[in-house]
Design a protein around this ligand. Structure first.
Ligand SMILES: [Zn+2]
Length: 205
């Protein structure tokens, strides 16, 4: 699964060479004797292996098994196609090997499996991203709220200090600080919400 993910993210191996190796036998007969990179434009899942001088199909190689794949040929999956003649056409009435493969039912089913896999992965990635963003936003909001609350409490403490008032006169009655906090709660919605929430949290397990 991890390897498949990696291969899907890399995409088809479309090696482009200045000159592809010549097939001497075909060259002698005057037929198409080498791979052509322009075929990639028409068939986006077409691949070329330098090591084996052969063509493969990306989606059939990665997703060979599944409904509709019963008739697949190993040529495009594991053996590779290296007979470069008749790739584009095989006479007027018969499709070339490329067209034959890429329009076949077994190829279409592998392409479907590939697209499903890719979309599923994309969906999971997007979900992770949006969850992360939501968490970040929530944390940022809590941070901003805490900043405001601290600023309000500090303001109250500074006010008392500046006016030379004691925080609390005696243990029996509510002191200046508590009175001031009440006043701030009346004027500051954010601070009041925070205060009520803190009060409730005391009773929560
Ligand atoms: Zn295919």
């Amino acid at each position: 699964e991890t390897q498949l993910r990696y291969l899907v993210s890399v995409g088809p191996l479309q090696v482009k060479l200045e000159e592809y190796p010549k097939n001497r036998e075909l060259h002698a007969t005057g037929k198409t004797w080498k791979f052509a990179s322009k075929w990639y434009d028409e068939y986006p899942y077409l691949e070329y292996s330098v090591k084996r001088d052969s063509a493969f199909c990306f989606t059939c190689r990665l997703f060979p098994d599944g409904p509709g794949s019963e008739k697949h040929t190993d040529a495009w999956v594991s053996n590779g196609v290296a007979n470069w003649n008749k790739m584009k056409s095989q006479g007027i009435k018969k499709k070339g090997k490329l067209e034959q493969h890429f329009s076949s039912a077994s190829h279409k089913s592998s392409a479907d499996r590939y697209l499903n896999f890719k979309n599923k992965k994309l969906h999971v990635d997007l979900m992770l991203d949006s969850n992360r963003m939501k968490e970040d936003q929530e944390q940022e909001m809590i941070l901003q709220l805490n900043k405001q609350v601290i600023a309000t409490l500090l303001d109250s403490a500074r006010y008392l200090a500046r006016q030379g008032l004691a925080f609390r006169r005696n243990p029996e009655c509510e002191g200046n600080f508590v009175q001031l906090v009440y006043l701030q709660r009346r004027n500051n919605q954010v601070f009041n919400d925070w205060f009520l929430k803190m009060k409730l949290e005391k009773y929560q397990v």
